[in-house]
Design a protein around this ligand. Sequence first.
Ligand code: FAD
Length: 324
Amino acid sequence: MVFIEQEDGQIKDVSFELLTKARDLASELKEKVSAFVMGEKVSGLADEIAAHGADLIYIIEDMELKYYRTLPYFHAAKKAIREENPQIVLFGATLIGRDLAPHVASYFYTGLTADCTELQIGEEKMLYQIRPAFGGNIRATIVTPDYAPQMATVREGVMKKDEPVKGRKAEVRPLKVSIPAEVAGLTAILHRERKEKTINLKGAEVIVAGGMGLGSAEGFALVKELAKVLGAEVGATRAAVDAGWAEADRQIGQTGTTVRPKLYFAVGISGAIQHRAGMEESFKIVAVNTDPEAPIFDIADYKIVGDYKTVLPELIAAYKKLQQ
Ligand SMILES: Cc1cc2nc3c(=O)[nH]c(=O)nc-3n(C[C@H](O)[C@H](O)[C@H](O)COP(=O)(O)OP(=O)(O)OC[C@H]3O[C@@H](n4cnc5c(N)ncnc54)[C@H](O)[C@@H]3O)c2cc1C
């Protein structure tokens, strides 16, 4: 069973990624894929959810579910899960999923593995919930053998999303949930403002990312200049973000965003495992580093051993020339 996260009628990509994964898992288990979606008016989303792989869709509509609030959503989620009694429940590891899933798991008195990067059906048909652990140095496989349902949140962007199959049919079940006044009235949203999103790492085809090797904010400016010439998005390591050279939303890696651009420039980046976790699926990787032994070169397609101060101006000039 997959929690379909929507905001203003727009379904989050991670929900489609989960449906794709759920199809694989369900076919191994010879089970069906169910989903639940909630909001004020969400019945119009059923076709889209079916096209992405759900066989059975629970629709929960209520005024109190218009915007996410923990308790009303929790109230509705537990009803859908109780109704379906699934073996496995999956949530996106989004702000909402990270808040909602633990509430649900503790209510059902079951385990929850947060931030999974892989899910498989293992021995005894158990869900293997796989995620980095101990600072990313090991891949832990976690199971929930004694309690049900088996629950996991999955990081955004790490699992593939299949193309929707137009016209694919699913059974749609509206579910009436009466949210008690004491739950609905506990918190109220008085005003809601949408912050304009200016950084789009996930959708970028080309990313130029910088790390500590750039030495200073002035050095990092060269990364921004190359990105501008290429029409690329700027990314950064956690260390570069901590140094204040780039905004937190630009962090790529285990605790940042996971990206898969066509072209990824890693400039002055050592290639720590936590950074690689967020970018190694990039189609082509170009690394610029003074240290020929830097681990980033193990995964780079193009390896430039050199100082960014000489390499970047040359790259910028060359690309500018190409554009003339
Ligand atoms: C739990 C946990 C989660 C983490 N999550 C993340 C995460 O999401 N993302 C992330 O990025 N990190 C993460 N980290 C941190 C990670 O372990 C590394 O510390 C970090 O990625 C290193 O950043 P860096 O490559 O910029 O710096 P460094 O490792 O210091 O590398 C700098 C590189 O620049 C090269 N260099 C130096 N001078 C030059 C020059 N003039 N020209 C070219 N190259 C030069 C050096 O040879 C070196 O390879 C996490 C760590 C932990 C413990």
